[in-house]
Every structure is written in structure tokens, then in C-alpha cells.
Design a protein around this ligand. Structure first.
Ligand SMILES: CC(C)(COP(=O)(O)OP(=O)(O)OC[C@H]1O[C@@H](n2cnc3c(N)ncnc32)[C@H](O)[C@@H]1OP(=O)(O)O)[C@@H](O)C(=O)NCCC(=O)NCCS
Length: 191
């Protein structure tokens, strides 16, 4: 499945994307992606092979003009009742988005995320899409707001991805944003 926008194609990852992905995952930009760090091309190729199985929900963001993979966007179905008996619908999604630094500030993340949200709501049964973002991650918060997501709350010292120099966990404050399908459709009636 490919999703096409004016300047981008969202498509499943291929093994040959390894070098482009290594370029932005050699030093993940934010602590929440620290565990995705790739050490070398071999590790990146192994990672690409793993990603091939998630093709419906995990997309490489390809820049049409250069043919390069400039980032990624993904979200997998989650239960609307995570503590229930497993019978609740899998209609909730939480996207992870990331661009190569050289391609940020050009509207590509918004273009990709808008198309991805529309795909999740219209084709993949999404009822609610929510996003977590660190309280200092202004570009990600702006992206949520431009996508019409509501700010739902701030979780103080919610999660730890990295340690302090003394080995204790460093906790982050996390903002939650969300948009419902009915809100999305009423904002984008033209589509
Ligand atoms: C979060 C992230 C994906 C946002 O990327 P981005 O490029 O800043 O986001 P956008 O696509 O919304 O583009 C931003 C700017 O491009 C500008 N822009 C320039 N040319 C444009 C064009 N042709 N069309 C639209 N916007 C354009 C816009 O004005 C916009 O600025 P604004 O938000 O002040 O209005 C990016 O910062 C990133 O990869 N960060 C590291 C990973 C990360 O933090 N992920 C989220 C973890 S929660």
C-alpha cells in the first residue's frame, strides 16, 4: 500500500532504505527514540528486514524529488480498553513520526501525517488517534495542533527513556494530544 501526496510517497520500508534511515537514526533526535538508535549500515539493514512485516502501519516517507527516504511515520492498532478482556475494538492509534533533520521545517511532516491520519480514519478503522510528546518538543506539539488534535493533558514525570549521570532515571513530562474520527471528518469534509 502506497499513500501519495503532492511532494511525498509513503510506502513500506525496503532493505535498500538502510543508508537513508541510518542517516537520521544514527543519533535519534529525541530521548523517546533512544532505543531505535542504529550503530552501522549492517544494523540498519537488519532493521529494514524487520520492518517489512509491518507494511500496513509503518511507512517510509519518500521525497519524490530526490527519491530519498527522509523520515518515517507509523502507528499500530491498540485496544480502546487496554485493561479489558481483549474483546474491545482495536480502533485506537498513536503515531510515531520523525524526519531527517535536513528536511525539517519544510512542511513535510504535516503533509505525511495528514495523509497518514486520513488513511487510518478512512481505511483502517481508526476511531481515535492520540499522540504523546515531551513538553519541550515544540515542533511535535505544533504538528499535533496543525493536525487539529486537542491537547488533553500534561503528565508530569510520566516516563523515563534515559538515565541521569548518576544512573537514576531521568523522567520526562509528557503532553497528550488526540483527535477523534468524527472531529477529523468534520474538519475535512472536502475529502
Ligand atoms: C516533529 C517533527 C517530525 C516535525 O517536523 P517539521 O518539519 O518541524 O514539521 P512540519 O511539517 O509541520 O513543518 C514545520 C514548518 O515548515 C514550514 N514550511 C516551510 N515550507 C513549507 C511548505 N511548503 N508547506 C508547509 N509548511 C512549510 C511551516 O511553516 C512549518 O512551520 P510552523 O509549524 O511554524 O507553521 C520533526 O521536528 C522531527 O522529526 N523531530 C524529531 C523527532 C520527534 O521529535 N518526533 C516526535 C516525538 S514525540
Amino acid at each position: 500500500m502506497n499513500i501519495e501526496t503532492e511532494r511525498l510517497v509513503l510506502r513500506p520500508f525496503l532493505e535498500r532504505d538502510a543508508a537513508d534511515v541510518l542517516e537520521y537514526l544514527a543519533e535519534p533526535a529525541v530521548n523517546c527514540f533512544a532505543c531505535m538508535k542504529l550503530k552501522n549500515l549492517e544494523e540498519a539493514q537488519a532493521e529494514m528486514r524487520k520492518r517489512i512485516s509491518g507494511a500496513e502501519y509503518s511507512f517510509a516517507i519518500v521525497h519524490k524529488e530526490t527519491g530519498r527516504v527522509i523520515g518515517e511515520i507509523e502507528a499500530y492498532p491498540e485496544s480502546s480498553d487496554p485493561h479489558g478482556d481483549g474483546n474491545a475494538p482495536q480502533d485506537t492509534f498513536s503515531p510515531c513520526w520523525m524526519l531527517n533533520r535536513a528536511y525539517q521545517g519544510k512542511g513535510y511532516a504535516y503533509e505525511a501525517a495528514y495523509a497518514f491520519f486520513d488513511y487510518l480514519f478512512r481505511e483502517k478503522g481508526a476511531r481515535r488517534i492520540y499522540a504523546y510528546t515531551d513538553d519541550y518538543n515544540i515542533p511535535s506539539q505544533r504538528l499535533c495542533e496543525k493536525l487539529g488534535m486537542r491537547r488533553e493533558g500534561l503528565f508530569v514525570e510520566f516516563v523515563s527513556f534515559v538515565s541521569n549521570p548518576d544512573g537514576t532515571p531521568r523522567y520526562e513530562n509528557t503532553m497528550q494530544y488526540a483527535v477523534l474520527k468524527r472531529e477529523w471528518l468534520s474538519q475535512h469534509r472536502e475529502l
